[in-house]
Design a protein around this ligand. Structure first.
Ligand SMILES: [Zn+2]
Length: 124
C-alpha cells in the first residue's frame, strides 16, 4: 500500500488518486489543495490547469521543483456549501540534490460550477 503524497496518512488509492483521475471530486477546499499538491509531486500538469480558476490560470505550469512533504496549518471556510475558502500550508521541497526549502502559502479557492478551483495565493 502506498501512502498518499499529500500527507493525509491515507492510502493514495483512497485519497488523491480518484480525484486526480476524475473519478471523484474534491469536496472541500483542503481536499482540492491536497490533490493539487499531489499533482505537483506527480507532475500532473493537466490536473493543475484543470483545477485553476480561468481568471488566474497560466498557460503552463513549471514542475521542476521536487516536493518532499505537506503540512496543512489551517483552513477558513472551504467546506461543502461554502462559496470560497482559504487553506494555509507549509510545503517542503528540494532543488538540485541537496538544498531543502520550505514554502508557506495561504491559497484562495472558490466553488464554481460544482467544483473547487484554485484562484491564487500569498506566499510568506
Ligand atoms: Zn491525498
Amino acid at each position: 500500500m502506498m501512502l498518499c503524497p499529500c500527507g493525509s496518512e491515507r492510502p493514495f488509492g483512497e485519497c488523491c488518486r480518484p480525484i486526480l483521475r476524475g473519478e471523484a471530486r474534491a469536496e472541500t477546499a483542503e481536499q482540492l489543495m491536497r490533490s493539487r499538491y499531489t499533482a505537483n509531486v506527480r507532475r500532473d500538469e493537466g490536473y493543475l490547469l484543470a483545477t485553476w480558476h480561468r481568471s488566474t490560470r497560466p498557460a503552463r505550469v513549471d514542475l521542476m521543483t521536487e516536493w518532499r512533504g505537506l503540512e496543512v496549518l489551517s483552513t477558513e471556510r472551504g467546506r461543502k456549501g461554502d462559496p470560497n475558502g482559504t487553506v494555509t500550508f507549509v510545503a517542503h521541497y528540494a532543488t538540485g540534490t541537496v538544498a531543502i526549502g520550505t514554502m508557506r502559502e495561504t491559497s484562495r479557492f472558490v466553488f464554481e460550477d460544482g467544483m473547487w478551483l484554485y484562484v491564487d495565493g500569498d506566499v510568506a
